[in-house]
Design a protein around this ligand. Structure first.
Ligand code: NAP
Length: 263
C-alpha cells in the first residue's frame, strides 16, 4: 500500500519543496492550496511525471468546513493518509504590539494555530491505529521565531508558532501509542514568497543575514529535506521533538520593522 502525504499550503515555498522531494521518494501526494490554483496544478503535473499519484485540493485551513472537505477528498481519491505536513501559514505585516490589529490577529491565529490543530485533528482521526488507521507521521512547520519571540516586529507571529510548538509536543505524547509520530520543524529566515519583501532589498537582507550564524538565509530545499527525512522510517524514534533548521539561530541585532517604525 502506498504512502499518502498531504501538504497544507503545498503550492509554494517550503510546502512545494517538500512535495518535490517526497515524490522522488515515492509518496503519493495531495497538494492543498488556498488561492494558488495555477501553481498547484503545475506542481501536480510535475509530481505525476515522476510516476506517483498527485492531486491538488483547494481548501482554506482557516475555515473548519474546508478542512473536513479536504481530508474527505484526499482519502477518497488517494486512500488512507499516512503523512501530513502542516505548512500553510501566514506572516502578518511586522508590527509591535502597540499597533496590533484585532482582525489581523484573528486571521493569524485562525490560520497558523486553529487551522493547524483542526488539520491535525482530521489526520489523527484517520491515522490512529485505535481508530482503524495505519498510523502515520505529522510534521508541523513552526518557526525559529518561536524560540525567542523573533526579531523586533515579529512577536505576534512568533506567539502563533510557539503555540504550534507546545501543541506538537503534547500531541506526540497523546498519540504515541497509536502509531503516530509528531514533530515540529523551526525554520529560520528562508527565501520564499513570505520573506520576499525582506530578501529582495539588499540592505534589509544584509542586516538580517548578519544576525544568522551561518551568515545567510536558507533555501527551501534545506528545510524540505529534513522534513522528508522526519517523515521516513529513518526517524522512527523521533517524536515530540522541535528541530531548528535555522543556520544556527539568532545573533543579536536585526529587525523586521522598517527603520522608521523601529523604536
Ligand atoms: N520563509 C521563512 O523564512 C519561514 C520561516 C519560518 C517558518 N516559516 C513557515 O513556513 C511555512 C511555509 O511558508 P513559506 O515560507 O513556504 O511561504 P509561502 O510560500 O508563502 O507558503 C505559505 C503557503 O501557505 C498557504 N496558506 C496561507 N494561508 C492559508 C490558508 N488559510 N489555507 C491554506 N493555505 C494557506 C499560502 O497560500 P496562499 O498564498 O494562497 O494563501 C502559501 O502557499 C509557513 O507556515 C511559515 O510560517 C517560514
Amino acid at each position: 500500500m502506498s504512502e499518502v502525504l498531504l501538504i497544507t499550503g503545498g503550492a509554494s515555498g517550503i510546502g512545494a519543496a517538500v512535495a518535490r522531494i517526497a515524490a522522488r521518494k515515492g509518496y503519493d501526494i495531495a497538494v492543498n492550496y488556498r488561492s494558488r490554483a495555477r501553481e498547484a496544478a503545475t506542481l501536480v503535473q510535475e509530481l505525476k511525471a515522476t510516476g506517483v499519484r498527485a492531486i491538488a485540493v483547494q481548501a482554506d485551513v482557516s475555515r473548519p468546513e474546508d478542512i473536513e472537505r479536504l481530508y474527505d477528498e484526499v482519502t477518497e481519491r488517494l486512500g488512507p493518509l499516512t503523512a501530513l505536513v502542516n505548512s500553510a501559514g501566514i506572516l502578518i505585516p511586522p508590527t509591535r504590539v502597540d499597533e496590533a490589529d484585532a482582525a489581523l490577529l484573528d486571521r493569524l491565529f485562525q490560520t497558523n494555530v486553529i487551522g493547524l490543530i483542526l488539520s491535525t485533528r482530521e489526520a489523527v482521526r484517520r491515522m490512529s491505529t485505535a481508530r482503524g488507521g495505519r498510523g502515520g507521521v505529522i510534521v508541523n512547520v513552526s518557526s525559529m521565531a518561536a524560540s525567542i519571540g523573533g526579531r523586533p516586529g515579529i512577536s505576534l507571529y512568533a506567539s502563533s508558532k510557539a503555540a504550534v510548538d507546545v501543541f506538537t509536543v503534547g500531541l506526540a505524547r497523546e498519540v504515541a501509542a497509536e502509531g503516530i509520530r509528531a514533530v515540529a520543524v523551526r525554520p529560520g529566515f528562508t527565501i520564499t514568497d513570505m520573506t520576499a519583501e525582506f530578501a529582495s532589498d539588499p540592505d534589509r537582507y544584509a542586516e538580517i543575514a548578519s544576525t544568522i550564524p551561518l551568515g545567510r538565509a536558507g533555501n527551501v530545499d534545506e528545510i524540505a529535506k529534513p522534513i522528508v527525512w522526519l517523515l521516513s522510517d529513518e526517524a522512527s524514534f523521533i517524536t515530540g521533538s522541535l528541530l531548528d533548521i535555522s543556520g544556527g539561530g539568532f545573533n543579536l541585532g536585526g529587525s523586521f520593522l522598517r527603520p522608521s517604525a523601529a523604536r
